[in-house]
Design a protein around this ligand. Structure first.
Ligand code: NAD
Length: 464
């Protein structure tokens, strides 16, 4: 869907109006508090009430969250792009639809039963209680809604400390979730947040005895902080997903799929293809397919100039220029004096180029020519930095597919499709925006936010 500037202004105006006269006023937003202490006190009360709600009632709340997310997907997408200056409205709409349609609810909770001569033992998935969740700027409302569905399905309440650069969008989502819960007859403030999240509010949340579990979705800093909190924590950290194309692949399709995945929401998703390793004999055809499918090829000193725009070089160590994360490809090209608005910029680089090693989250894809699959796998594993997050391959050789999967050891591994197939968009399986590689839950869902409890009956209920 294409949206023009006037439509975007109208949506932002409406969304801001719905928040009250000042955008950061919390007066009209449900679940959003001035201080973390107030948010924690409110969610504690809500959780106590929620304990008496049935699973059917949880599911009713979730179904209204799904409906409101679909109805307001465009508002959320526009607000996210406006506030953060990152990503594409049309792609963010799809992300919200994915959250609404493919985040598992209570059906994800499956009890286990063991029976035998001694009787019957039942293992159920019980709530943790109040969960503290820290969310990123790259998927602000998507993460709030996806976490809320899974956590409520598990019987929990949630307190969010959103990314400060995306607080309006995240808190709009907190308000939406609360509106849905109330419409479905649920308690007030089951999902809460703070109007102005800071490191102090984050620390207060992490240390609060009310909070029984922590979930971090973001870069390495936040995952480290949560994992050293002393509480049960789920860490969903950074990625730098490589994609390999070998000489057995359907090259036309590989080029098209890689452009679709790497350009999606301007490469913000942590799962998106961020560097490509192509076998020399097919690289020209691959580049041809990419340029036919929305990519723009730059060469020579254009690449050096793009490095100066996109990255910061401190004593030979490169990092991202944060101002450029998630910007449209056309804006980068303008800096190079090129007037074009493609979905993706591609360039051939050597294997040790900073575009290969840095997780850029920009619509720029470096392509490295390699002599064979051995070199491709070695370089791809190195570029992934041991994050064990996501990796992708286009190949019809089962040995190549299997070897790469074994060696890269990522949580998500997509074969012969755009990267987003790994989170349920055009691929089988559920979606999530919290992919927990470091702590091993994988693609989180309701069951990730539960604790197992065992109930033992001796000499009874065993009926054979
Ligand atoms: P970020 O790390 O800058 O911020 C994430 C959140 O952590 C924010 O709310 C931030 O305020 C907070 N934070 C940062 N350092 C902290 C600390 N030391 N203590 C407490 N809180 C802290 O992330 P971002 O730039 O918004 O998002 C992009 C990063 O997140 C990328 O690295 C991307 O790969 C990763 N990401 C991972 C997943 C996943 O599911 N694994 C999903 C989305 C994004």
């Amino acid at each position: 869907m294409d949206i023009n500037a006037a439509q975007i202004s109208a949506i932002v105006e409406n969304v801001i109006k719905s928040m009250g006269t000042a955008p950061i006023s919390t007066s009209k937003q449900k679940g959003v508090f001035e201080t973390m202490s107030e948010a924690l006190a409110a969610v504690e009360v809500a959780y106590k009430q929620f304990r008496s709600y049935s699973i059917e009632q949880r599911e009713k709340m979730i179904s209204v969250i799904r409906r409101l997310t679909l109805e307001e997907a465009e508002n959320l997408a526009v607000l996210g792009v406006e506030e953060t200056g990152m990503g594409r409205v049309s792609d963010k709409i799809i992300k919200h639809q994915l959250v609404a349609n493919k985040t598992p609810g209570t059906e994800d909770l499956q009890p286990t039963v063991k029976t035998g001569d001694c009787g019957m033992t039942l293992i159920e998935m019980a709530p943790f209680g109040v969960i503290g969740s820290i969310t990123p700027s790259t998927n602000p409302s998507e993460t709030v809604i996806c976490n809320s569905i899974g956590m409520i399905a598990g019987g929990n309440a949630v307190v969010f400390n959103p990314h400060p650069n995306a607080k309006l969008t995240a808190n709009y989502a907190v308000d939406l979730v609360n509106r849905a819960i109330l419409e479905a007859g649920g308690p007030e403030n089951l999902v809460v947040s703070v109007a102005n999240p800071t490191m102090d509010s984050s620390n207060e949340m992490m240390k609060s005895p009310i909070v029984r579990m922590l979930v971090a979705t973001g870069g390495p800093g936040v995952v480290r902080a949560l994992l050293s909190s002393g509480k049960k924590a789920i860490g969903a950290g950074a990625g730098n997903p490589p994609v390999i194309v070998d000489d057995t692949a359907d090259i036309e399709k590989a080029g098209k799929d890689i452009v679709a995945g790497a350009s999606f929401d301007n490469n913000l998703p942590c799962i998106a293809e961020k560097e490509c390793f192509a076998i020399d004999s097919i690289t020209d055809r691959l580049i041809d397919s990419m340029t036919k499918n929305g990519a723009y090829l730059i060469k020579g000193n254009q690449i050096d100039k793009l490095v100066e725009v996109a990255l910061v070089n401190k004593d030979g160590k490169y990092s991202i220029n944060k101002k450029w994360v998630g910007k449209d490809a056309g804006k980068f090209l303008k800096e190079l004096g090129i007037d074009a608005d493609p979905r993706l910029i591609i360039c051939e680089t050597p294997k040790d180029h900073p575009f290969v090693s840095v997780e850029m989250m920009m619509p720029i894809l470096p392509i490295v020519r390699v002599k064979d699959i051995d070199e491709a796998i070695t370089l791809a594993v190195k570029a992934e930095h041991g994050n064990r997050h996501s990796a992708h391959i286009h190949s019809k050789n089962i040995d190549h597919l299997t070897r790469f999967a074994r060696e890269v050891e990522t949580t998500i591994f997509v074969k012969n499709a755009p990267s987003y197939a790994g989170i349920g968009a055009g691929g089988e399986g559920h979606t999530t925006f919290t992919i927990a590689g470091p702590t091993g839950e994988g693609l989180t869902s309701a069951r990730s936010f539960t604790r197992q409890r065992r109930c033992v009956m001796v000499d009874g209920l065993h009926i054979i």
